[in-house]
Design a protein around this ligand. Structure first.
Ligand code: CA
Ligand code: CA
Ligand code: CA
Length: 315
């Protein structure tokens, strides 16, 4: 018998207008416009996954890939605070403290700088190996709504690839000029090994779980207002029904503790998604694999009312 995941909404309506939202931040995109990012400086690409300089190359001072990471800091065309990727250059970026999804509204913003807006192809990936076309930036259009390419709405991506499309190959800054890459719809996802916080088949937290949940809470605190989703998963031992119940109870234990640590007055909503054994990460065919499947995944998402502040795309 197929058992559907149990989804409980534990959120309490919280009046937020009186509170300052310190995580979200507005960034200037040019002299006249700006963009609001719900997760502020967490939103940006964090590390270079790979970089293949195009040909012709830009001047040497514009070749430092690190300049494409973190918050935008473009000053002017002569100051090398950005990376020019060269004609047909390929830059692969990784998001390490956040991921991005196709959520309502625009999802990605590429800070392509300098006087000429060069076109580039954008692809995205969950694992850095399999890539999906996500759109093209060109002629001043730097924003992408993943909905336009029918990107699924339940997948978290962690990699983004930019490929220069050869608009301006003979220039001091040949190729697309990347100052920063932002995930507008940013989420944080963390996985807890269930064995670390629970005894076998139990849902009461072990006393040694405190340390794990404390450090989880301090990560969550990077976001001052969010929906925290706990997703519970088991291995395939035991019945479907008992595993569903176990994963639900474990999520509730984790949420109860997080709530206590983060404070009941904090601006978080909580949600539990129990999946039992229906979504294994790996095949349940060995002791090691079963341990990988026993887990609680924590998703930290800015709540829906963040998105209404994001400007709608113009074109
Ligand atoms: Ca980041
Ligand atoms: Ca979208
Ligand atoms: Ca930069």
């Amino acid at each position: 018998m197929k058992i559907h995941p149990i989804i409980l909404l534990l959120g309490i309506g919280i009046c937020t207008s009186a509170f300052a939202q310190k995580t979200g931040k507005t960034y200037k995109t040019d002299r006249y416009s700006s963009i609001y990012l719900p997760l502020g400086k967490i939103s940006f690409a964090d590390s270079i996954y790979s970089f293949s300089m195009g040909n012709p190359m830009p001047l040497e001072k514009f070749r430092n890939p690190i300049q494409s990471l973190h918050e935008p800091n473009y000053e002017n065309y002569h100051t090398p605070n950005f990376l020019s990727i060269g004609c047909k250059g390929v830059l692969e970026l990784a998001f390490t403290d956040n991921g991005f999804m196709n959520l309502p509204g625009n999802d990605l913003y590429i800070f392509e700088v300098g006087p000429s807006k060069e076109s580039a192809k954008i692809e995205i990936s969950t694992n850095g190996t399999d890539w999906t076309y996500a759109g093209t930036i060109s002629g001043g259009k730097s924003i992408l709504d993943l909905e336009d390419e029918n990107i699924p709405t339940d997948v978290i991506y962690s990699f983004l690839r930019i490929t220069d499309m050869e608009d301006l190959c003979r220039s001091k800054t040949a190729g697309a000029d990347i100052d920063a890459v932002a995930a507008i719809n940013s989420v944080i996802k963390l996985t807890i090994n269930a064995d670390v916080i629970f005894d076998v088949s139990e849902y009461k937290l072990k006393s040694s779980a405190n340390k794990t949940l404390d450090s989880l809470a301090s990560l969550i605190k990077k976001v001052d207002k969010a929906t925290i989703v706990a997703e519970g998963h088991t291995d395939s031992d035991g019945s479907d029904r008992s595993n569903m119940k176990l994963s639900e109870n474990r999520c509730l234990s984790v949420i109860d503790r997080l709530r206590a640590i983060l404070g009941y007055e904090a601006l978080y909503d909580y949600e539990v998604k129990a999946y039992g054994e229906t979504k294994p990460k790996v095949v349940n065919d060995s002791k090691e694999n079963k341990q990988i499947n026993r887990r609680v995944e924590i998703l930290v998402m800015p709540p829906n009312d963040y998105y209404k502040y994001i400007p709608k795309k113009k074109d």
